[in-house]
Design a protein around this ligand. Sequence first.
Ligand code: HEM
Length: 427
Amino acid sequence: MSDATKDDLLQKPISRRDMLKLGAAGGVGLLLGAGGLTGVLAGTGMLKDSAKAADAQTAGDTVPFYGKHQAGIVTPAQDFICLGAFDVTTTDLGALRTLFQKWTEASAKLAQGQGVGDESGNPILPPVDTGEAMGLNAAGITITFGVGASLFDGRFGLGSKRPAALVDLPAFGGDELQPEWTGGDIAVQVCANDPQVAFHALRNLARIARGKAVLRWVQDGFQRTRTADPNGSTPRNLLGFKDGTNNPDVKKADVADDIVWATQADGANWMADGTYMIMRRIRMRIEVWDRTHLNEQEATFGRHRDSGAPLGEKDEFAPLDFAKQDDKGKLMIPMNSHVAVANMGGKVKIHRRGYSYSSGIDLKTGQLDAGLLFICFNRDPRRQFIPMQQALAAQDKLNEYIVHVGSAIFAVLPGAKAGGCIGETLF
Ligand code: HEM
């Protein structure tokens, strides 16, 4: 075996699938940590095979958990989301700190495709990990933690640390918010390219929280998978339009710095390198939309349905020209279209990272309960999301076809270094 392969293996975590295979082949239980396992295998000649398997299963599938910023924000959006909001039940700041420590350790393992902890092997105890992700790779999982304004009430003495930017969102015209989809002390956003991997992570994090925090709501979301669209073109929302075309290119550090990452100068020192997340559960009146003719649908968004191009253009990524007129002198892109209003004269930008949701039918009407799990990240909602949503609520033609039924805002904590803890700058 080459030194490179050895080094690789020693650093590479053993995936859940390797664990299973090894357990079956060599009678190795799930008790061994990665180091112990490597030692055993070196003697069995399985090391090389295992290394190959790990390569195949984890190549491109793991996103580092630790870093200056949390993953799952400017990370390219995975295919599925499982987003949970928790209400904290303990009133002890120390217990809250411990919870974040445990969540951090478990999340770092999950990000590597491992279970949440070392199993005791004691058959008269419940297993540490719930097991449904055994045999699955990390599927590009990211786990992102945020805290809501309600965490800064009297319970933990954190009131003076509430960032000015973590405002209570104002009521927007047309809102029909339901308590079961609104608010929360803590947000845990899990995204992955496999729905079972995502669910497993949230479930196990909820289990770890037992006695300290309880789930308030959970929302699942999806978009087209890489299997269906290996080229990764812009996903379409459930109204059939490409959604995300004109999202700012947050892969560029200067763009992300400008739009996403909070700095010390933005107010709260502990939020430097964090960001603010807004969730809006936006139900679509799908049946009404489906009876609307194509011209009207395109005028609603200001873009062509098939290509995603601005009205009057052919290329999806052609710039929006709000002054362009047709031969009768009519504006090509109506001023009340979704893109015209959301563009805000090019002065206000947010980073959108939403998913579609489908939640069966509304039993009262028999209509589909489906829509957009809108998620955006921004550096200061007072200057970004709020004025944009106020403009949309007042003018957007899309309002005929949508209704906001859930809402939450969270301060997404800065990232942590290996050995550190998410939330260490706050707690
Ligand atoms: C169900 C609700 C919504 C749907 C179906 C929807 C869909 C779309 C579509 C199809 C586009 C054009 C393609 C693109 O550039 O991504 C777009 C653009 C955009 N949307 Fe939405 N959107 C919704 C809600 C919102 C909300 C709540 C906001 C923010 C408050 C928002 C902000 C934006 C922005 C900033 C753009 C880009 C505008 C530009 O080109 O400058 N959208 N949306």
